[in-house]
Design a protein around this ligand. Structure first.
Ligand code: F6P
Length: 346
């Protein structure tokens, strides 16, 4: 095998999440220890198409384990939807003297990395991230633990104000097409009802549970609903017409619709809280700092060993390696045990 001459490119794509900077820091550290340089590609695939970069070294990234967001910036740019973009990426790969590109992202970003590897023979390595925890191939992604800690703390606070006012409060979480955030948050915070995309919402049943809980002496209610929960299968509450370059609809609003229905059916004064991007902001939890660091070190190892087309993954408590395309096999929905867990206290 020849010497490793070019740099390791690093990009972050899709929705940001806590832990991205910890991954970047770990890759840069491992690479520098091996005598290799790294370069940051700005704003996901947009930076690769346009050749926009920033220098990365241990001096500038060494203190990033605890910082939120991504210093590289991010975007939902899809090169396969833009004329000439894949050619531009290939040209910039040579111009920037990249030996390998490490893409840190969800299914959209990693889908591009997998196609560039399979169809264009570009050397890519993947690091899975998403607060939604919906990627197949890995048991957990960093960002999820932080998001559910933030959401759980928020719902704990909702409990006290809901109780004081004898209200019902509906809390809408993120999570797109899976209910991991809502399930963990709802169960951990003791919500009356948890509603997830994996099961259609039955409003009459929700009202019945809330009334039953009041008849047992509870003076208030808290309902946790995932933004992707549906009243009819496939009928998402979304911002009409807003679709990104990967075809994702912009979800949001199911909590408000549900609150009105609950108020009508129960007569309880009801409010809605949409947690939104608070779940993605700020410092990563300890768990996410560790997972992101382990992922970053392993991804750097794959890059240094020229083991391309692979993605790092958490299996049990071990860091594993799988083909990037493994995370493109649909979404990792809540399994039956977790659906049952959300119903156990309803
Ligand atoms: O995929 C992560 C996520 O936070 C989803 O939970 C949410 O539906 C989506 O991103 C929101 O995207 P944006 O920040 O582009 O509105």
């Amino acid at each position: 095998m020849g010497g490793f001459m070019g740099s390791i490119g690093i990009l972050t794509g899709g929705g940001d999440c806590p832990g991205l900077n910890a991954v970047i820091r770990a890759i840069v550290k491992k690479a520098e220890d091996a005598g290799k340089s790294c370069v940051g590609i700005l704003e996901g695939w947009r930076g690769m198409i346009e050749g926009e970069t920033m220098p990365l070294d241990t001096a500038s990234t060494g203190d990033m384990v605890a910082s939120g967001g991504t210093i590289l910036g991010t975007s939902r740019t899809n090169p396969f939807k833009r004329e000439g973009a894949v050619e531009a990426i290939k040209e910039n790969f040579s111009k920037l003297d990249l030996e390998v590109l490490i893409a840190i992202g969800g299914d959209d970003t990693l889908g591009v990395a997998a196609r560039l590897f399979e169809e264009e023979a570009l050397p890519t390595v993947g690091v899975p991230k998403t607060i939604d925890n919906d990627l197949p191939g890995t048991d957990f992604t960093f960002g999820f633990d932080t998001a559910v800690n933030i959401a759980t703390e928020a719902v704990d606070r909702i409990h006290t104000t809901a109780k004081s006012h004898r209200r019902c409060i509906v809390v809408e979480t993120m999570g797109r097409h899976v209910g991991w955030i809502a399930a963990y948050t709802g169960v951990a915070s003791g919500a009356d009802v948890v509603l997830v995309p994996e099961k259609p919402i039955d409003v009459d049943k929700v009202a019945e549970i809330l009334k039953r809980n009041r008849s047992r002496g509870k003076e208030y209610n808290v309902v946790v609903v995932s933004e992707g929960a549906q009243f009819q299968p496939g009928d998402y509450v979304s911002k009409a017409g807003e679709v990104d370059e990967f075809g994702n609809v912009r979800l949001g609003g199911v909590g408000v619709v549900l609150a009105d229905l609950i108020e009508d059916k129960t007569g309880y004064e009801t409010r809605t809280v949409v947690l939104g991007h608070i779940q993605r902001g700020g410092a990563p939890s300890t768990f996410d700092r560790i997972l992101a660091t382990r992922f970053g070190l392993k991804a750097a190892e794959l890059a240094l060993e020229r083991d391309y087309g692979k993605m790092v993954a958490l299996r049990g408590n071990r860091i594993d390696v799988v083909p990037i395309k493994e995370c493109l096999t649909g979404v990792k929905a809540l399994d039956d045990e977790f659906v049952a867990l959300t119903e156990a206290f309803s």
